[in-house]
Write a protein that binds this ligand. Structure first.
Ligand code: KG4
Ligand code: ZN
Length: 329
């Protein structure tokens, strides 16, 4: 089955074609317009999605060397994300489905990130823990069976990637700061020491860390940027690792999958792998091109849902917030 995936949840426009677990084409266009503002400007994101969608559809079909007639399903993200941005891709997908008679399926973006793991590791079986770490989300989900999720923890304030981006702004790095933060951290001599957040249970909190860096910079203005970057990464990633090890012990799982834009970070991967050795769990990562927002993971999630549950209604709305799994407590 060939699925056309579309994701416009934030500031990347992505159009992909996926045949079963084979990615025929996965085009991602990251909007540069936001970098000079130090964060995403929602109206610019919507306008950019609108102008990119059609040429990117043509580009994806050319890359995959197929025609629209060969597509069996159109899957688009309906949320969570920026409402205006979501509406661009969702309306485009619905219009295309209506005009072509191809079935349509609405996909939850976070489920899409979980499918970046299934797509990268065909045959991946449940149960496993999914740690979703991006600019908009920090969530720990127990995947008990296909489409069955229990949310064990989520951020109480900033997302991990958002905190990295905000500290990057304080340090004068362009948005998004994650890649440069990782590069700077590798060149550190003496990482600054920052407090580790300790919110209750398996939740996350990153706003205090951001304030701690701001205060540190105010009282130590001469500190090398490399040492700040490394100190931030150590604290931010120790917090993630701490929650994962709690969940592994509490729920007796053997596999942990990392996903989302921050999942590409090598230091985070090393920390999780080290924790895996110490606590007896294996760690799975998505392919590099499936970490940041992309439509291949949306196509994969859409195809899985469609084959088990059928198409979505054309009335399905865009939504800015939603939990993927119910809280147990
Ligand atoms: O999943 P994603 O593309 O979009 C959202 O849904 O947010 O994630 C983007 C986030 C940004 O906060 C960005 O700074 C972060 O991923 N990121 C990284 C790295 N590359 C991107 N964070 C740490 N290290 C990286 N190498
Ligand atoms: Zn995302």
């Amino acid at each position: 089955m060939i699925t056309l995936g579309i994701d416009t949840s934030c500031d990347d426009t992505s159009v992909a074609l996926v045949k079963d677990t084979e990615i025929l084409g996965n085009l991602v266009s990251s909007h540069l317009v936001h970098s000079e503002y130090g964060g995403v400007v929602p109206e610019f994101a919507s306008r950019t999605h609108t102008s990119l969608l059609y040429p990117m559809l043509e580009g994806a079909l050319r890359t995959a060397v197929i025609t629209l007639e060969e597509v069996d399903l159109i899957a688009a993200t309906s949320g969570p994300g920026l409402l205006g941005a979501l509406l661009c891709g969702l309306s485009f997908a619905k219009g295309l489905a209506q005009a072509s008679g191809i079935p349509f399926l609405a996909v939850n973006h976070m489920e899409g990130h979980i499918y970046s793991l299934y797509l990268s590791h065909p045959g991946l079986s449940e149960p496993f823990l999914a740690l979703l770490v991006s600019g908009g989300h920090t969530e720990l989900i127990l995947v008990t069976a296909e489409f069955s999720y229990i949310e064990l923890g989520a951020t109480l304030d900033d997302a991990c990637g958002e905190a990295i981006d905000k500290v990057g702004k304080l340090m004068g790095l362009s948005y998004p700061a994650g890649p440069l933060m990782e590069k700077l951290a590798r060149e550190a001599d003496e990482p600054i020491r920052l407090p580790r957040p300790h919110p209750k249970d398996m939740d996350f909190s990153y706003s205090g860390l951001k304030t701690a860096v701001r205060n540190y910079l105010a009282s130590h203005p001469e500190t090398k940027r490399q040492d700040v970057a490394a100190g931030l990464q150590e604290a931010a990633f120790d917090h993630l690792t701490d929650r994962v090890t709690r969940a592994v012990r509490g729920y007796d799982v053997e596999k942990v999958g990392l996903a989302g834009g921050v999942a590409i970070n090598k230091r985070l991967r090393a920390k999780l792998e080290e924790a895996g050795k110490n606590f007896g769990f294996s760690v799975l990562f998505p392919k590099d091109e499936l970490c940041t927002d992309n439509a291949a993971m949306i196509a994969a999630a859409g195809a899985a849902r469609y084959s088990r549950l059928g198409a979505s209604s054309m009335d399905v709305p865009a939504f800015d917030r939603a939990r993927l799994g119910e809280r147990t407590a």
